[in-house]
Write a protein that binds this ligand. Structure first.
Ligand SMILES: [Zn+2]
Length: 315
């Protein structure tokens, strides 16, 4: 059995935007607590991820933006309204490391060295756009991982599934006109950041390579699972992905303070089962999970754990 990698680095905890900020280090601490016993479980390894090179980040972002983040952090961090949050001095290194963790996960899983990977990263990534941070995200980790596989492994069909309660506008933007990366998202709609309507399907060569399944506030397991079963599964059959990348935001949880959706822990488990089925059917079992949102601190660990357990066990 190939090991499943839990890709983590302490700098993901050091990245701290200050008291009262919902994107708190306590989120990742809660997941680490729920994964504690996996340090002694022979099915898992805990590799230390490298920082992504700025040139790798620039596969998705404007190099001038990447350098602006570096300078801002080097000069002590600064408030910048477009960031909708703060950059702490350590944030540039943390963001490079988060992108590096997802690139490493994508590479090793693609190459068959790892039987799957969960990148336990902060800051999250899916809102970050080419020229700006957004919604607690600095660099778009999963988009950088996908772009890296296109460039360095000759990947031809990548599927990104994003079930964070917020639409992954940055990921959608990165591959809007690219037929090689299929982007599927379930999210509350209307909600932050405003994008993710059903008619958003990509353009030019990428027309049809984006599929949004917006959900009204109050939607629960039945609605999100039906989006997975009735929209995602047949679409994946048509897209025939070589690898499945998952933007795992657990903020669609029924008690999450940033969510109006009502997904339960059991709902996350059943979503993992469907995703595993897609990875088995199309991707030679290759799956990579990147942590996005999730703000209900007492249930976040359990939800992430149940998701991981199910994606490993179902066959
Ligand atoms: Zn979110």
């Amino acid at each position: 059995m190939k090991p499943v990698a839990l890709v983590y680095h302490p700098i993901f905890i050091e990245h701290n935007l200050g008291p009262g900020h919902p994107e708190t280090p306590d989120r990742l601490k809660a997941i680490l607590e729920a994964f504690k016993d996996l340090h002694n479980d022979p099915r898992f390894i805990w590799p230390e991820p490298p920082e992504a090179a700025p040139e790798e980040v620039a596969l998705v972002h404007d190099p001038r933006y990447v350098d602006w983040v570096r300078k801002t952090c080097e000069t002590g961090g600064a408030f910048y309204p477009a960031l909708e949050g703060q950059l702490a001095p350590v944030s540039y290194s943390a963001a490079l490391r988060a992108a590096g963790a997802v690139v490493a996960a994508c590479t090793k899983v693609w190459d068959g060295e790892w039987g799957g990977a969960f990148a336990l990263v902060r800051p999250p990534g899916h809102h970050a756009v080419r020229n700006s941070a957004m919604g607690f995200c600095i660099f778009n980790n999963i988009a950088i991982g996908a772009a890296w596989l296109l460039q360095n492994r000759g990947a031809n069909s990548i599927l990104i599934v994003d079930f964070d309660v917020h639409h992954g506008n940055g990921t959608q933007e990165a591959f809007w006109a690219n037929p090689q990366v299929s982007y599927f998202s379930t999210h509350q709609f209307p909600h932050y950041p405003g994008s993710g309507a059903e008619f958003e399907r990509g353009q030019d060569e990428g027309e049809g390579a984006t599929l949004n399944a917006p959900l009204e506030a109050g939607s629960d397991d039945a609605e999100i699972l039906s989006a997975f079963n009735d929209k995602l599964v047949p679409w994946a059959d048509a897209r025939k992905p070589e690898i499945l990348l998952i933007s795992a935001g657990f903020d669609a949880y029924e008690f999450d303070p940033l969510s109006g959706l009502k997904v339960t822990t059991e709902g996350f488990r059943l979503m993992a089962r469907i995703l595993k089925g897609i990875a088995e059917k199309h991707c030679n079992g290759r799956w990579v999970i990147a942590l996005e949102g999730g703000y209900h601190l007492t249930s976040l660990g359990e939800n992430a754990r149940v998701f991981l357990d199910e994606i490993m066990n179902y066959s």
